[in-house]
Design a protein around this ligand. Sequence first.
Ligand SMILES: [Zn+2]
Ligand SMILES: [Zn+2]
Length: 347
Amino acid sequence: MTTTVSAYAAPAAKAPLERTTIPRRPVGEHDVLIEIKYAGICHSDIHQARDGWGEGIFPMVPGHEIAGIVTETGPGVTKFAVGDRVGVGCMVDSCRECDNCKAGLEQYCSGGNVGTYNALDKTGEPTYGGYSTHIVVDEAFTLRIPDGLSLDVAAPLLCAGITLYSPLAHWKAGPGKKVAIVGLGGLGHMGVKIAHALGAEVTVLSQSLRKKDDGLRLGADHYYATSDEATFEQLAGTFDLVVSTVSAPLPLDTYLGLLRTDGALVNVGAPEEPVSLNLFSVIAGRKTLAGSGIGGIRETQEMLDFCAEHGLGAEIEVIGADRINEAYERVLSSDVRYRFVIDAATI
Ligand SMILES: [Zn+2]
Ligand SMILES: [Zn+2]
């Protein structure tokens, strides 16, 4: 039976979010019904609710950093039981048949994965995200949140955590490696924590030194201001890996200059406009310019287990749902340390 649940939705592009009700599909053979406890506010929620990328589906219920408790399971569910602590990230389905899906890279599904919100599911119904009290999700796209992690600090790991963990793991951040994280926001602060826990020597490159104390407390060994040109001279040829979390266009040639031979500059933040670079910046030193998007389901579980083992949660500010619009403004002015998390009991 389809149920009706409370949610916060943007009724139209750029309209403030307001309380409403939405349908949730019946619990199918392989579905779990999750009572949502916390939902993180990701910068991309704001982009999409304001239709910054176009073609948004309205009304839109954002939220792809979801943590909660299983309250019902379909008859075919084998991985989860009622009472389990679970999470849902940026996708709720994929084709499951292409080479990428078979390799556990559902985020790169050749047919496109099904987003947790602002997407159409396989039956053509719009998906609604985590700013709601309940969600029905296939167990194959449901993650287990280990006991060692509180649900509130775990929620942002489902997008911010995996977005940083995946490139750090793929490019082998670890002991003996020098890693720079560009930008200390919702994504960057998780990058610092995870890279440090992986054993790398971590440097934060931030616009100013305003958050230096935080950066060092979160696990950075060094902290530099990118507004100071001396930074780029001093650090030229230093890093094995630079992960950029900023969505402002970077002077790529300058940042590639920070890499040592065979180093990689990986972008997880994306500017809206195309960028340009001088290819000699990668030819000299056999450097790599790359991008990375979230992570697959298997890797997301690995990330949650890693974070629990190392005691890593997000730095959060918990808010009531009536403050979502205010929180959006604060995210846009970088006035959050480092993630807003909605208490779903207030929805
Ligand atoms: Zn996100
Ligand atoms: Zn696929």
